[in-house]
Design a protein around this ligand. Structure first.
Ligand SMILES: [Zn+2]
Length: 303
């Protein structure tokens, strides 16, 4: 094959994959910014002021355990800005080569404050095993870290010059003030909860606990999987030293699980980290609902 034909063939194959990507992941034609989770996508949408610029793939389940397909990889590589959460969030990163100059890890600004987990937590549910890795990755539920990530998104967008600088600056100011307001509300409700022990249904609440001084210890449960006898026994053993009256879930748990827990004197609430795009509302409304859930805990503990 001549050099010209080879090049043509490569372009044709790439274009074909890209077309597949456009079709399968619903990537808008004008999307030029890739985000690896919903909080980053939301920040990029707010700061750019142009939601259509931003591509966050449709992912079934938690984006922290996403495995991009070939078309996703090509879509990513063709983006002008690739926004990563960092903190070990993108487990697929080792298998994908990305253009360094266009790739932005939004948690590098606070990399020395990341929480190292004592051991990699691997567990299976619904037949799907996953590992939480060596670093806690739900960085943005410490809202001061969310602010730092939003600022990193702003700087990445400024670097790419896709949107006028003044627009980026003004939109960042507005987002930052919203995030700081959430931070204040979380601090206030957490103060009312005080040292009361809480149980997390999944090991994703480390930064929330640290920032707001909540006493959260976690089990490894899934909202849509009923707990086994062994899991119930582990919960009881945890409660002997950590007598929690509330369990915090990532999403609504099964009604039977709620009843089982209620029988033990444990009530359930949802604090959704919002790693994936919500069915309705947006990052702000999900966080407001989370704050409402924590308020229910505070009120009940004060009675
Ligand atoms: Zn897990």
């Amino acid at each position: 094959m001549s050099r010209f034909l080879l090049r043509f063939w490569l372009i044709a194959v790439t274009a074909h994959f890209f077309a597949l990507g456009t079709f399968s992941s619903g990537m808008a034609q004008e999307a030029r910014v890739f985000a690896s989770n919903y909080p980053l996508a939301y920040f990029a949408e707010r700061i750019s002021g142009q939601a259509s610029l931003v591509h966050f793939p449709q992912i079934d389940g938690d984006p922290a355990f996403w495995e991009p397909g070939a078309a996703d990889v090509i879509a990513m590589q063709q983006s002008e800005v690739i926004l990563l959460n960092g903190a070990g969030y993108e487990k697929w990163l080792t298998a994908v080569s990305l253009p360094l100059s266009r790739t932005f890890d939004t948690s590098t600004g606070f990399s020395t404050n990341l929480i190292t987990l004592p051991e990699a937590i691997t567990h299976a549910h619904g037949g799907k095993e996953h590992s939480h890795g060596a670093t806690a990755f739900t960085t943005w539920i410490d809202l001061t870290q969310a602010v730092a990530q939003a600022e990193a998104v702003h700087d990445a967008l400024a670097d790419a010059k896709l949107v006028p600088q003044a627009t980026l600056d003004a939109n960042l100011d507005s987002l930052r003030s919203d995030l700081k307001s959430l931070d204040g509300k979380l601090a206030e409700v957490a103060q009312s909860i005080g040292d009361s022990p809480l149980i997390g249904s999944h090991p994703v609440y480390q930064y929330l606990a640290r920032r707001y001084g909540l006493q959260i210890q976690s089990v490894h449960w899934e909202p849509d999987v009923p707990p086994s006898e062994e899991m119930m026994a582990q919960l009881q053993s945890l409660r002997s030293t950590h007598p929690a009256l509330w369990m915090i879930w990532e999403a609504d748990p099964l009604a039977e699980t709620v009843e089982q827990l209620a029988a033990l004197g444990i009530a359930s609430v949802v604090f959704d980290p919002s790693g994936n795009r919500p069915d309705s509302g947006d990052f702000m409304s999900v966080m407001e609902a989370n704050i409402g859930a924590l308020r229910r805990i505070a009120v009940s503990l004060s009675n």
